[in-house]
Design a protein around this ligand. Structure first.
Ligand SMILES: Nc1ncnc2c1ncn2[C@@H]1O[C@H](COP(=O)(O)OP(=O)(O)O)[C@@H](O)[C@H]1O
Ligand SMILES: [Mg+2]
Length: 283
């Protein structure tokens, strides 16, 4: 086996990039007071090069926020998004830090690794708790010393990387459970941004729905169907376990199902339950 035969996470796109229904949103729809506060915090913290940890349920918009922070930071380099769950324990070191030419039989050319690719820019590590344990300590060392050793290289390479990490689980608990490096957690915890779940940002639901309607209608060459009052009430009352990603999918299907009519309750395919979990409306 050679590194060149094991691209695994080197080619792994993050979750958002893989979803066929997901559009790469340019605009951040933040209307609810909770998300406006989050955006203010993100804007205030963006310019510094300090690491940040974005904590929130899956599908809330962590990666979108991280891209926004990168753009606001005016760092010139790339935004490199890596899904830690896809980093293999065996090849992860080379994937993350790169390898020198000839480091292993068959590794003809050197490879920069995620860290090297993000040099001058931002490294986004999604679900950082899934990073194989030995790499957690190595990551911290690289961040603290601002240099990396490529696999098989004898000399350290200076790197200027801003880390944005995301987690959908409580890292403090992972530390107690012994699955997350205590020192890496201490390094990250001062710059925490909490991304509330969509059900905690009810003010965002309809503006996001309108936004996704517009984007998908344009993409599909369809007219925008208005969202009827009953459907609006259901959208606001639903608990959104899959957060904004689920809302985007529900709206995408509603647009297809509604045809030329307004979107009604019958066009809303909620995941699992067909009724909202905490209905605030009489059905
Ligand atoms: N505030 C928002 N405005 C517009 N689109 C959003 C917003 N939040 C999330 N999205 C979209 O929802 C989907 C899920 O967001 P993502 O950042 O991948 O979530 P996470 O990383 O938390 O799982 C993406 O398609 C993203 O573009
Ligand atoms: Mg994600």
């Amino acid at each position: 086996m050679t590194f060149s035969q094991t691209p695994s996470s080197l080619l792994t796109l993050s979750e958002a990039d893989k979803s066929p229904l997901s559009i790469r949103a340019k605009a951040l729809v933040f209307v609810d007071p909770h998300s406006r506060r989050l955006r203010e915090q993100a804007e205030a913290l963006a310019p510094g090069g300090q690491p940040l940890l974005i904590v929130g349920e899956t599908g809330t918009g962590k990666e979108l926020l991280a891209r926004y922070i990168h753009r606001q930071s005016e760092r010139g380099g790339l935004f490199v998004a890596v899904s830690c769950a896809a980093i293999s324990p065996k090849w992860g070191e080379a994937e993350l830090f790169g390898h020198a030419a000839g480091a292993h039989v068959g590794s003809v050319s050197s490879r920069a690794g995620w860290f090297g690719s993000a040099n001058g820019g931002t490294l986004y590590l999604d679900e950082i708790a899934d990073l194989p344990r030995p790499l957690q300590a190595r990551l911290l060392t690289a961040l603290e010393t601002r240099e990396v050793y490529r696999v098989g290289a004898s000399q350290a390479m200076p790197v200027d990387v801003r880390l944005l990490a995301a987690s959908s689980i409580d890292l403090a608990r992972a530390v107690v459970a012994g699955t997350f490096d205590e020192r890496l957690y201490a390094y990250l915890r001062d710059g925490q941004l909490l991304f509330p779940a969509l059900r905690q940002r009810v003010g965002d639901i309809l503006p996001l729905a309108e936004y996704f309607l517009g984007v998908h209608a344009q993409r599909l060459g369809l007219n925008i169907s208005p969202i009827g009052e009953e459907a609006q009430a259901l959208l606001e009352a639903y608990a959104w376990p899959g957060n904004t990603r689920e809302l985007e999918n529900v709206i995408h299907f509603a647009l297809l199902l509604a045809g030329h009519s307004a979107i009604g309750p019958e066009h809303l395919l909620f995941r699992g339950a067909s009724r909202p979990v905490q209905a605030r409306v009489a059905l």
